[in-house]
Write a protein that binds this ligand. Structure first.
Ligand code: BTN
Length: 305
């Protein structure tokens, strides 16, 4: 039974919610190894052999799992991180059927995008989580710069923008144990080889893609390889406590500082203000209309000018 299910899933390279439920029924303890086995292959566009060729990292992406389709790479990464798994393991899928964005929103993930999650074991407390997200934004921006994008910017906290439109989103999720973070799952979605029309109409206005910005189809594997290298560099800086340096890189590319914004906190508190800067823990510093300063740690920030 187990062998048959693996054979079938391997053939399809898919890990839907239903498939996950089926695997769990067979043997929960073996779950992780089955998921890993299915991910050890190449898909039409994503080739781990190409990503790994001359990949200049110590641990990020040294272990890669690739799927044709999963519900969410963050979900698969979370499952895998419950068992022993190498720090820096990467989960990639050509498509996602139930991907998550920030603030409980769904994330569109059609074929042609780069949808991946990194499992990190950073050994830090919760207060450092926003900085990991900001650092990831810097790594994506530097990757795009290397691939020829002029002036990618970062909209707080983690949207990567080109010419004022979003090209990438980042969702950081912690697998916590008491007050220490056991693992951090960093989910990155880049609208790579897509057209804006591939997205539902309501998303098209503020969205762009690498293909449209660069005027050509790019190589997803090169994009992933470059990102993994940039990510390891910044992740090492983070591990060595180079928070100021990370913030400096973030500020250089900020799309948000100096703008009038509407802040929407997770508790449905809305207010307008002027973005003065970003604090050392990664919070946005907003000057409200009454002149008081507010630190925004989480929530949405809508640019008004
Ligand atoms: C955002 O709302 O801007 C964050 C989007 C994060 C999407 C990525 S795609 C890979 C990973 N898997 C998910 O389900 N979400 C993240």
């Amino acid at each position: 039974m187990r062998t048959e299910i693996i054979k079938l899933l391997k053939k399809e390279g898919k890990l839907s919610e239903d498939a996950i439920d089926e695997i769990k029924k067979v043997d929960i303890l073996d779950f992780s190894s089955i998921v890993q086995e299915i991910g050890k292959q190449e898909t039409e566009y994503i080739k781990s052999s190409e990503i790994s060729k001359e990949l200049n990292t110590e641990y990020i992406g040294q272990n890669i799992f690739v799927y044709n389709e999963v519900s969410s790479t963050n979900t698969v990464a979370k499952f895998l991180s419950m068992n022993e798994i190498d720090n820096g393991t990467v989960i990639i899928s050509e498509k996602q059927t139930n991907a998550r964005g920030r603030s409980g929103k769904a994330w569109e993930s059609p074929l042609g995008g780069v949808w991946l999650s990194i499992i990190l074991n950073p050994n830090v407390d919760h207060s450092k989580l926003p900085l990991i997200t900001l650092a990831t934004g810097v790594a994506v921006a530097k990757t795009l710069e290397k691939l020829g994008v002029e002036n990618p910017e970062i909209k707080w906290p983690n949207d990567i923008m080109i010419n004022g439109k979003k090209v990438c989103g980042i969702l950081t999720e912690a697998v916590a144990k008491f007050n220490t973070i056991e693992n951090v799952i960093i989910g990155v979605g880049i609208d790579a080889n897509l057209n804006v029309e591939d997205f539902p109409e309501e998303l098209q206005v503020g969205t762009t893609t690498l293909k449209e910005e660069l005027g050509r189809t790019g190589n997803e594997n090169l994009l992933i390889k470059t990102f993994l290298e940039e990510f390891e560099i910044i992740s090492e800086l983070f591990n060595q406590g180079g928070y100021e340096e990370i913030l400096k890189e973030w500020r250089k590319r900020s799309y948000t500082i100096g703008k009038i914004v509407e802040v929407r906190t997770p508790f449905n508190k809305y207010y307008d203000g002027y973005v003065v800067g970003i604090g050392k823990e990664g919070a946005l510093i907003v000057e409200k209309i009454d002149g008081t300063l507010e630190k925004v740690i989480s929530g949405e920030c809508i640019i008004k000018n």
